[in-house]
Design a protein. Sequence first.
Length: 394
Amino acid sequence: MIDVAKARRETPGAANVLHFNNAGAGLMPATVLAAMRQHIELEAAIGGYEAADQGAAALDHAYVAVARLLNAAPDEIAVVENATRAWDMAFYSFQFQPGDRILTAQAEYASNYIAYLQVARRTGAVVEAIPNDADGQLDVAALERAIDARVKLIAITHVPTNGGLVNPAAAIGRVARRAGIPYLLDACQSVGQMPVDVEAIGCDMLSATARKFLRGPRGVGFLYVRRSLIEELEPPFLDLHAANWVAPDRYEIVPGAKRFENWETNFAGKIGLGLAVDYALGWGLEAIRDRVVHLAEHLRRRLATLPGVTVRDLGAERSGIVTFTCPGGEHDAIKQALGARRMNVSTSTRTSTQLDMTARGLGSLVRASVHYYNTEEEVDRFTEALADICRGRG
């Protein structure tokens, strides 16, 4: 069980705002904030390189912590600038040829799909989005029927940026393993709000961020690559951190997942990442998931009672991301009106998930994403404020 009062005491921002934008960036715990401040102050006091030397144990801990979070090994973890860069470093390591097939989902995120299209244009590879099943998630049976010798990669977003659903990542992993096809999972929105076990899921690569449900800092992401695959992949670019210049005409890529990193990094952010993982593990990911699911379903029920408000979430399993539309569709204005009441949400537009939202006839949505430190009382206050705004009294 989550001690919500304790979680709120340990979250400075919880006293300032009603924060339903955890899918954008969660509120950092005090311990993470304090450690990052301490490192930045140390950099200012003794120098950046010297502070990194002095903080080496805390920096190394980030790899151990993320590995524990994902049920991986530390040498399978790279820490990079953000989740997009983590995903890119994995995806662009593959050498696609004309006719190679990349299989993905209808609710795939824009950054990933743009990369598919770029590679398809460069190489002649083909991008194919597997249809959804009756619940709106990727149809695993359709994925299995799509497998042939030309499929070179299965790449899926675990929890899409909108729509509420949780794609069946483990079932997809079983298909990928039976076929011997590499499997890249974008776990940007799932890590931190539910258990994510790379062995149970069966993915070969996974990208995620510190800033969202994990409640770490911005500007830090991480990549998992299965040890058996690492040596087969050459990163799309290298520097003196990712490779050693061993002779005037020769370099050697470093072993392990650090080949996907580069030399300069956010040192305070890396320390914050490790502590954010520790903090989440201290509560327990199963307990976090149960609390998040409870609050999200409570919010969906309350929203469903508001005239003109339509909950737009899909999936047999649903996440802490709750999306809805309002009368008139002025969703940015609704976000601003809620912000004036110190209530944080975000909006999502068709350009974020072109295939999904076009198929559903949606141009934009309001996205309210809850976390375990939120309360039922906040859900009630939020829906009351939204009702006022929708009636034109906001």
